[in-house]
Ligand binder design. Structure first.
Ligand SMILES: N[C@@H](CCC(=O)N[C@@H](CS)C(=O)NCC(=O)O)C(=O)O
Length: 213
């Protein structure tokens, strides 16, 4: 398996999950500003041009973060990183993954253009960052309340939606509003960050991409 990623982007969530799962994989870094990777033009491989992107074989690939997370978790069923297909619990896992994809991930993305190109990036302007905060704050408050009585989104154990939520919370830090308004989210963030797989992911990825462009 080859994971196409950019440091600190949403691809961090499947990166974390691959390490939690203990699966063999290689990382292929994509420069989102130039669409280059070590193999050439990334758009030749993935016409969507964004990350994450998982290459499974010469002929099979997967895109879309919430789907890639399910695929990874399903490779190691004994680890309960996601519930079994067909169970009601699985639909609740998908409910969280979809919520994070559409209510958090998408609302973190700015309509601003970077270098005159519309792409899925975080805002770089104070006004845009405030707009993002206004959009995500009520959603983060909802998750904060959910985490009042349990350490992880699906209960007592870490699972795939937690990897996705963690990455979204790093973006709140990067946009400057942080998590101080949401104590349960702040505790969740510290809890997940202390996991060895997450520590390793952060160490390998290094500083987030958009802060360096
Ligand atoms: N719908 C995609 C969105 C992925 C996405 O927003 N990726 C961002 C990084 S977090 C990206 O690659 N942006 C570069 C671009 O849009 O060109 C998913 O859920 O995986």
């Amino acid at each position: 398996m080859h994971l196409f990623y950019a440091p600190g982007a949403s691809s961090q969530a499947p990166h974390i999950l691959l390490r939690e799962a203990g699966l063999p994989f290689s990382l292929e870094r994509v420069d989102l500003a130039t669409h280059r990777w070590s193999g050439g033009d990334y758009r030749q491989l993935n016409p969507k041009a964004y990350v994450p992107f998982l290459k499974l074989s010469e002929t099979e690939t997967l895109s879309e973060c919430a789907v890639i997370l399910q695929y990874i978790a399903d490779q190691v069923p004994a680890q309960s990183l996601i519930s079994a297909p067909g169970t009601l619990a699985r639909y609740h896992d998908m409910e969280w993954l979809n919520f994070i994809a559409t209510e958090l991930h998408k609302n973190f993305i700015t309509p601003e253009r970077h270098n005159n190109v519309a792409a899925n990036f975080l805002s770089k302007t104070a006004e845009g960052q405030e707009q993002t905060r206004l959009h995500v704050a009520p959603r983060l408050a909802y998750v904060d309340t959910h985490l009042q009585t349990q350490p992880y989104l699906r209960g007592e154990h870490f699972s795939s939606p937690d990897a996705y939520l963690f990455t979204m919370l790093t973006w709140a830090e990067r946009l400057g509003f942080g998590l101080s308004s949401w104590p349960n989210l702040a505790a969740f963030f510290a809890r997940v960050k202390s996991r060895p797989a997450v520590q390793k992911t952060l160490e390998v990825e290094g500083p987030p991409h958009s802060l360096r462009e």
